[in-house]
Design a protein around this ligand. Structure first.
Ligand SMILES: [Zn+2]
Length: 109
């Protein structure tokens, strides 16, 4: 069952919707503020990015990607950068210590 992700133009938050089939029409309503000013977001599941095009340099799904410790947390950094948000210091610290080879606090191995 496809999942569509929409961004609300009123509150800027994301909502996900299951649709019965690719052809069924969907009139999404924001699950946070009930606005219907919704904009479709392309999810990685619908853009075909999961197949092929794996590049160890910049894709976390490529084999060996995490052999380079500087890649730890890169997806998180990208996500914060993409939305123009400052990363909370606690997350920054966890990424930095993981890159230094330390186990982040709160993770029990
Ligand atoms: Zn909303």
């Amino acid at each position: 069952m496809p999942i569509y992700e929409y961004r609300c133009n009123s509150c800027n938050r994301l909502s996900s919707f299951f649709v019965r089939s690719i052809t069924s029409s969907l009139e999404p309503t924001c699950s946070h503020c009930t606005s219907n000013e919704m904009e479709r977001r392309m999810s990685p599941f619908s853009t075909g990015k999961l197949e092929g095009n794996l590049d160890a340099g910049n894709d976390h799904r490529a084999p060996g990607y995490y052999n380079d410790p500087s890649n730890i947390g890169r997806g998180v950094e990208d996500a914060f950068a993409k939305f123009g948000k400052d990363m909370p210091q606690a997350i920054r610290d966890n990424i930095d210590s993981a890159r230094a080879g330390e186990i982040p606090k709160g993770i029990d191995l």
